[in-house]
Design a binder for this molecule. Structure first.
Ligand SMILES: *Cc1c(COP(=O)(O)O)cnc(C)c1O
Length: 365
């Protein structure tokens, strides 16, 4: 049975449906040993559940799946750079967040939860609503009033109650936590609950299997709350620990310059006040797992880069020109490709579908 561990103090807690943070108020990690037997990647179902033995769900009957994962890995030349792109925008709900949502809602079912609440800038809420619908669990999603209409429509269509909150992304989280503490719902947070990260980690497993057991030199990832960065750190770390790969690839994290608290922290300077950005999916001014993200990136010899709005638009258009219709948030990682100092093989995930952001895209100059 896995245990919860405070990411700041190392204090340990037994699994309890009510707990979503440590006594110190910090996010929790999972002490979990991936049940890998042979050390080899095994072909199974054409979804991320092919790595069933590495996923922290006890009984198969609790798995909530829509066939997510096992997405294509294609080669491309983008902004003058050869790169492999992992097409995670081709997921049931249109973003990589389905990886996390599938494990998170499976855990909710395992805990016997009847109702979940979550807060999101859009994609996590849409994904959690979809999997809650699949599991017949009631769902309430708190979003900032500025959230893209497509993501709200999606969330409502799945039967979730949507609560729009005026103010910042932090105000939205506070409203949701308040609802979770007053009611009987499980706080299904993609930021606080470690189960989500253990779903996202399958991105690393798939990459290594698709590269015939190799790890790339570097992985370029958009960074907001850090679920992608930490999910990849966990996944590649587990594969290294069982001897499938020799070392974890460099994690190259990219923020939008208009909201780049972790890039500023990386350079050791104070963060500028956040300004609006096209990359709404990673506009997180106070990331709760920030210190963890920076430590994970440092451990891999990675780096944190910021790109401005013009660079994001340029990358978005470059992707569209080679046939990929993507969210502005996903273009953030691609915009960094020109600036990454790495001679080896690079992989970047396409994290969200362009159809999520048609209103914004229609207004581009
Ligand atoms: C959530 C999200 C990300 C990464 O966000 P983190 O907050 O760092 O986990 C990247 N792209 C898209 C489209 C997203 O929705």
């Amino acid at each position: 049975m896995s245990q919860l561990v405070c990411s700041r103090t190392g204090d340990r807690y037994a699994l309890d449906a009510r707990r979503w943070q440590s006594e110190a108020g910090a996010p929790l990690d999972l002490d979990f040993r991936a049940g890998w037997v042979s050390g080899a990647l095994r072909a199974g179902s054409p979804s991320m559940w092919r790595y069933r033995a590495a996923l922290p769900i006890e009984a198969d009957a609790h798995i909530v799946s829509l066939g997510e994962g096992w997405t294509p890995l294609i080669e491309a030349e983008l902004l003058g750079r050869r790169v492999r792109l992992k097409l995670d925008h081709l997921m049931p709900s249109g973003s990589y967040k389905d990886r996390g949502a599938s494990v998170l809602i499976s855990k909710a079912r395992e805990l016997g939860v009847k109702r979940v609440v979550a807060d999101s800038s859009g994609n996590a809420g849409a994904a959690i609503a979809a999997y809650a619908a699949r599991a017949e669990i009631a769902c309430e999603v708190f979003v900032p009033a500025s959230t893209a209409p497509a993501k709200l429509v999606q969330t409502r269509m799945h039967g979730a109650t949507v609560r729009t909150v005026e103010g910042s992304r932090e105000d939205t989280a506070a409203a949701c936590i308040d609802a979770a503490q007053r009611g009987d719902a499980w706080y299904a947070s993609h930021v606080w609950q470690p189960w989500f990260l253990h779903g996202v980690k399958t991105l690393a497993y798939e990459l290594v299997e698709q590269l015939d057991g190799r790890a790339p030199a570097g992985v370029v990832l958009p960074l907001g709350n850090g679920t992608l960065v930490l999910g990849c750190a966990i996944g590649f770390g587990e594969l290294r620990d069982v001897g499938v790969i020799e070392r974890v690839p460099r994690l190259i994290a990219v923020q939008a310059a208009n909201c780049a608290p972790l890039e500023a922290a990386w350079r050791g300077v104070a963060a500028a006040a956040p300004a609006p950005t096209l990359a709404e999916g990673i506009a997180i001014a106070r990331p709760q797992r920030g210190p963890q993200c920076l430590a994970a990136i440092r451990e891999t010899g990675g780096t944190v880069i910021a790109v401005d709005e013009a660079q994001i638009v340029r990358a978005l258009r470059a992707a569209a020109k080679i046939g990929l219709f993507i969210e502005p948030t996903s273009a953030v990682a691609l915009a960094a490709l020109e600036h990454v100092d790495c001679s080896g093989e690079l992989v970047a995930p396409i994290t969200g579908h362009g159809l999520k952001a048609v209103e914004k895209l229609a207004r581009l100059p």
